[in-house]
Design a protein around this ligand. Structure first.
Ligand code: H2B
Length: 97
């Protein structure tokens, strides 16, 4: 499936202003989600996996004890695209923070 183009720095800045739980740059956008313990963090990752499959777009995940450290980047585009913003919004809907 063709991937959308990378966002420009200005587009990314505007997008991030609407995603206050996220920070980032051209390399990716990042957010952490802290759960109440390791099993809940694993369960959260499974919920996230189903959303990622629905979108056919997948986060980079670093699971440390009860915290998911998420990075969204469109690997095939070599940077952040609209797909990462879509996924970020879905993640925020699951985990409002
Ligand atoms: C074939 C499939 O659509 C691609 O490999 C998708 C899957 N998920 C993906 N996820 C992310 N984050 N970047 C990609 O480039 C990507 N490519």
């Amino acid at each position: 499936m063709p991937r959308p183009p990378r966002l420009s720095p200005d587009e990314l800045a505007v997008a991030l202003s609407g995603l206050p739980l996220w920070s980032g740059d051209g390399e990716g956008i990042r957010r952490s989600v802290e759960l109440s313990g390791f099993p809940d963090a694993v369960a959260a990752l499974v919920r996230l996996a189903f959303v990622a499959e629905q979108l056919d777009h997948h986060p980079d995940v670093d699971l440390r004890w009860r915290t998911l450290h998420l990075t969204l980047v469109t690997h095939s585009a070599g940077g952040v695209t609209e797909l990462d913003l879509q996924l970020a919004r879905r993640i925020d809907a699951l985990f409002p923070g």
